[in-house]
Design a protein around this ligand. Structure first.
Ligand SMILES: Cc1cc2nc3c(=O)[nH]c(=O)nc-3n(C[C@H](O)[C@H](O)[C@H](O)COP(=O)(O)OP(=O)(O)OC[C@H]3O[C@@H](n4cnc5c(N)ncnc54)[C@H](O)[C@@H]3O)c2cc1C
Length: 847
């Protein structure tokens, strides 16, 4: 490219200045970068923000690659490991950890000083670029009418006194950062100071470097954003060069992190999630604490100054700076350097550097800044202390952004697009896509209709969504059965409708309790049902879907109610509080279920036994996405609290999943706690095979049980029982549920689950496989109670000792509970004859 026979000056040798110089080097014969500081490897007074975490967004990386080809390669060769933004970062945004997957948005984490060092190194290779250190710009030189810039006046800071020099140039670019004196210099030339848009945010960063311990982890960065108005504190940490972590904590208005060592760590503990605290509490600090106050965000509107001098340009923080929490500043400076490059391409001579050309650059940049400024200030206004009118538009933007994040959880393809917007790889047109607007409107409508019911906070957030999904599946099964995936078929494995006489729920439950000799537990059962039925997702229609479990060998009645996880978890906290149950198990259950999405499947379970302990537990389940095979697993696990995520527990669960990888596909993973606080996982895997029973010698399941220590004769017994049940199951679907406990190296047991089994076959199994004969009475009770000759599921337990002497039968029933009534003996019972339908439910796939 032919260079213009003139020179350019850049004020400031930081990110913006170095990129501007790189761009100018292609267009001018001489480029001089003037920097006030001595440019050293570590932090320097002119860029104190370098002590704090800096992430260069993907657009910034793209521009680096464009202007400094080979730089990214060089960084990688130097040991800066590429970092996938969604895979390697755990990011808590609004109420939820963002999904983790390999997005291909690759960054190069390092300290800010390291990035500057690379840029300086590369720029020094340009023979037409000179970097003057320890030299500060004091004033602008211009024509007497101020309409054309002629250069700058500098002050040499080497030695005492320092020489003052006039340096001429055809173009001057101000990249001197937040403290830029450009407004003052312009007023010295007779211009009025630029108008400013300014929003006081009163933010403070405190940061420190730590030595990275050797511990295994599944993340390389953590980002916990504030959640105003209640949670104005946040933090971020990132692995950087020298095997260190840079940890930045920040807080708005009255929540500034302390500088002392203990206070710093305590502040980390006070964040919304303790992950940063857990990581640093025992880590060794290797730097002092750095503090940076950000009183405001500011845009100096140079673009609005009339008759702005030709050849005077501005970029980076000198023009507009944002809330650093959003990590945009460096990328914005690079983008503006890129705009400058585009503008420079229009110059064919030095005479073309006119006021119009200069104004055109400023106008284009300002148009670009406009959108960003709007969103950044709308976000800042979530903090109540930030002044400014919350116009409808601002509120709409805040709502839109928050909902968009929620949508990202549900739609990976939207999340991927959203990430491009966030990393400035795509423009804001994305926000206006009709399909996204439609989805958001739908969500809004759902939420509004839920609120409109005026019911208490316990109503599930996603009831309408669950219903819609359910209806969609039904429809798909009817219309395009061949295109319905296995997961959807699961909902419909037992479509035979069983005729039922009308019964009330109260009558039904009391009958079951009586049959099991459990009437003594009636008041507890009543309390349980009265509380949980309205909580359940179907409560809106006064319908209750209850899954009963019936032990075939010992009295006991289990109740399971499903709902969305958010509601079930909140309700469980309240229920245990009402009952005065406080133990570690409850607290951990709630804590762990809260790591799941509110819309995941939630389950509350109660087991009643005569005189024995009554057990309440909740579980939440992640769904594996069959489209992604097993790949959802890591993402699901990544949302667990640290200690379950990386330790032996997670490894064990993963091993279980992969052991059956080719023959089964994972359906969901549920976690629950026992009373003593022990964590148990239940991983459900599923398989369809209409041709042969799945449990065959040599099969993956066979090997799995072998490895669990099940002996050869027991394996043969399992095979025969399996063949019998499979043969008589309504659908040739087999489920395997692997139950593992936190402290055991082997799975506790494997449940083989068959669907739609004739109870006569269960009776046959009891005789043939040595189950206690007394079990037969339980099966008959079950038949009578449920008015059915078919169980929804039969679960056979296999542990290291072989077949357990317990068969479990399950049935789902849908009740009308509008007339749930209480009888004198403390149990539930029919109030007069107000019959309501008890229906067998063909589909409980609410998830
Ligand atoms: C706490 C914090 C965290 C941040 N985190 C991120 C992040 O994660 N990602 C991100 O992209 N951005 C982040 N930023 C923003 C980012 O630091 C700035 O946007 C970026 O540094 C702007 O670059 P600049 O070149 O415009 O200005 P600066 O980096 O401020 O550089 C200005 C330069 O000009 C020199 N100078 C000033 N006056 C004169 C003068 N009169 N003569 C000569 N030289 C002069 C200074 O010495 C300095 O070298 C963060 C900012 C802060 C405060």
């Amino acid at each position: 490219m032919n260079k213009l026979p003139g020179s350019a000056i850049v004020i400031g040798a930081s990110i913006g200045g170095l990129c501007a110089a790189r761009v100018l080097a292609d267009h001018f014969e001489r480029v001089t970068v003037i920097e006030r500081d001595v440019l050293q490897d570590g932090p320097r007074p002119g860029a104190p923000q370098a002590n704090h975490i800096h992430v260069l967004l993907r657009k910034g990386v793209d521009l680096l690659e464009q202007y400094f080809p080979g730089l990214v390669e060089q960084m990688t060769a130097d040991g800066i490991e590429p970092f996938d933004f969604t895979q390697d970062l755990r990011w808590l945004q609004f109420g939820d950890w963002m999904p983790r997957h390999r997005s291909g948005i690759v960054l190069y984490p390092q300290t800010r000083c390291s990035l500057e060092r690379y840029l300086r190194g590369r720029l020094r290779a340009y023979s037409n670029v000179e970097i003057l250190e320890s030299t500060s710009v004091r004033a602008l030189l211009a024509t007497p009418d101020g309409r054309r810039i002629l250069g700058v006046q500098t002050h040499d800071r080497h030695g005492d006194g320092g020489a003052v020099t006039n340096r001429l140039a055809n173009i001057v670019v101000d990249a001197s950062g937040r403290g830029s004196q450009l407004g003052k210099w312009l007023s010295e030339l007779g211009f009025s100071p630029p108008e400013e848009s300014r929003l006081p945010i009163n933010l403070c960063y405190v940061s420190r470097l730590f030595e990275q311990p050797e511990t295994a982890r599944d993340w390389r960065g953590l980002w916990i954003t504030p959640l105003p108005p209640d949670k104005p504190r946040g933090g971020a940490m990132l692995g950087v060069e020298g095997n260190r972590w840079i940890v930045s904590l920040f807080g708005y208005e009255g929540h500034h992190p302390p500088r002392d060592e203990d206070g710093f760590v305590e502040f980390a503990r006070s964040l919304r999630e303790p992950d940063i605290y857990e990581a640093i509490k025992d880590a060794k600090p290797v730097s002092d604490v750095g503090v940076y106050r950000v009183p405001d965000v500011r845009w100096r509107h140079f673009e609005r100054i009339r008759d702005f001098p030709a050849g005077l340009l501005v970029l980076g923080d000198a023009w507009c700076y944002f809330d650093p929490v959003f990590g945009q500043g460096m990328s914005v400076a690079m983008l503006e350097a890129n705009l400058l490059n585009e503008a420079l391409h229009q110059l064919d001579s030095l005479e073309a550097v006119t006021q119009a050309w200069t104004a055109s650059y400023l106008r284009t940049g300002a148009q670009w800044l406009q959108g960003l400024w709007f969103f950044v200030t709308a976000e800042a206004m979530r903090h109540p202390h930030v002044p400014g009118e919350r116009t409808r538009l601002i509120k709409l933007a805040q709502w839109y952004v928050e909902e968009l994040y929620a949508l990202n959880h549900e739609h990976p393809e939207i999340y991927q697009e959203f990430l491009k917007l966030m990393h400035v790889q795509a423009g804001p047109e994305f926000l206006l896509r009709p399909d996204i607007a439609l989805r958001l409107a739908k969500r809004a409508w759902q939420q509004k209709s839920e609120k409109g019911l005026g019911t208490e906070a316990l109503w599930p957030a996603s009831r309408v969504a669950l219903g819609a999904r359910y209806a969609g599946r039904m429809l798909a099964n009817l219309v395009v059965p061949q295109r319905v995936g296995p997961r959807d078929r699961i909902c419909h494995f037992d479509t035979e409708v069983l005729w039922k006489p009308d019964k009330t729920l109260g009558w039904f439950v009391r009958d079951a309790l009586r049959a099991q000799g459990l009437l003594s537990e009636a008041s507890e059962v009543r309390r349980f049902l009265e509380y949980w039925l309205p909580v359940q997702g179907l409560g809106i229609a006064k319908k209750a879907l209850i899954e009963f479990s019936y032990n075939a060998d010992e009295p006991g009645l289990g109740f399971m109610l499903y709902g969305d996880n958010g509601t079930v978890t909140r309700a469980f906290r309240e229920y245990t509080r009402q009952l005065g149950i406080t133990n570690e198990g409850v607290e951990r259950s709630v804590a762990i279920c809260e790591t799941f999405r509110p819309s995941d499947l939630g389950l509350v379970r109660a087991e009643f036994k005569p005189g024995g302990p009554t057990r309440y537990s909740i579980a939440a389940s992640w769904h594996f996405d069959p489209m992604r095979g097993h790949s959802g697993f890591d993402e699901a696990m990544s949302r667990l609290p640290e200690r379950f995520r990386a330790g032996p527990f997670a490894e064990r669960v993963k091993t279980h999943a992969s052991a059956l990888r080719t023959e089964y596909y994972p359906l969901f993973l549920g976690l629950s706690f026992l009373e003593d606080g022990t964590l148990e996982s239940k991983m459900y895997l599923v398989r369809f095979d209409a041709n042969r029973p799945p449990f065959q010698p040599g099969s993956e399941l066979w090997r799995f049980l072998q490895e669990m220590g099940v002996s050869a004769p027991e394996l043969e017994r399992v095979r025969q029982l399996n063949a019998l049940l499979w043969e008589h199951s309504a659908d040739k679907m087999t489920q395997v549920a692997i139950e593992a406990s936190e402290f055991q190296s082997q799975p506790k047991r494997v449940n083989l689950i068959y669907c739609g089994i004739q109870t006569s076959v269960v009776l046959e199994a009891i005789s043939r496989f040595g189950y206690p004969v007394s079990s037969k009475q339980s099966v008959r009770d079950f038949e009578r109670m449920m008015q059915t000759d078919r169980a929804k599921f039969v679960a056979v337990r296999v542990g290291p000792e072989g077949l357990s002497p317990r068969l479990k039968l399950y049935k789902h029933a849908l009740f009308d509970f509008g007339d749930l009534s209480v009888v004198e003996d403390g149990g539930l019972g029919p109030r007069d004859a107000t019959p309501a339908a008890v229906k067998d439910v063909s589909d409980v796939c609410l998830y």
